[in-house]
Ligand binder design. Structure first.
Ligand code: 5GP
Ligand code: ZN
Length: 114
């Protein structure tokens, strides 16, 4: 989609530190990390948010979640624990309207989140 930051990252028009990918999902490091591991996992196709991603055909949301777990394993945080967050809508702090899961780990994470 034109004027979408994450579509531009998928296309390679904007650089990102890619860490893993599948046919339909891409994982890259957040530019402003909030934990030692802070990776964004996105569908390569444009879906504006979680609802659209969940409604997409063929288990695309499953693929995003499975890739998040794979990255957690690769980063060595799958045993210590990690968090996967979809900020959805303005009060949750969503700023990029291309669906993305934040994978956070590598430090104790407080609950409830701020
Ligand atoms: P949201 O606030 O929508 O849940 O998350 C958007 C995330 O994208 C933020 O954590 C922000 O740091 C990250 N981000 C914004 N611009 C860029 C960028 O150009 N490259 C990368 N790698 N991450 C970005
Ligand atoms: Zn997009």
């Amino acid at each position: 989609m034109a004027d979408c930051l994450f579509c531009a990252i998928v296309a390679g028009d904007i650089p990102a530190q890619r860490v893993a990918e599948t046919a339909r999902a891409l994982a890259f490091r957040d530019i402003n990390p909030q934990a030692p591991t802070h990776v964004l996992v996105i569908p390569k196709d444009h879906h504006p948010g979680l609802a659209a991603l969940a409604a997409a055909a063929d288990g695309l949301l499953d693929e995003v979640a499975a890739l998040a777990h794979q990255v957690a394993e690769d980063e060595g945080v799958s045993e210590t624990g990690y968090r996967v967050v979809f900020n959805t809508g303005p009060e949750a702090g969503q700023t990029v309207f291309h669906a993305h899961a934040h994978l956070l780990g590598g430090r104790p994470l407080t609950w409830p989140p701020g």
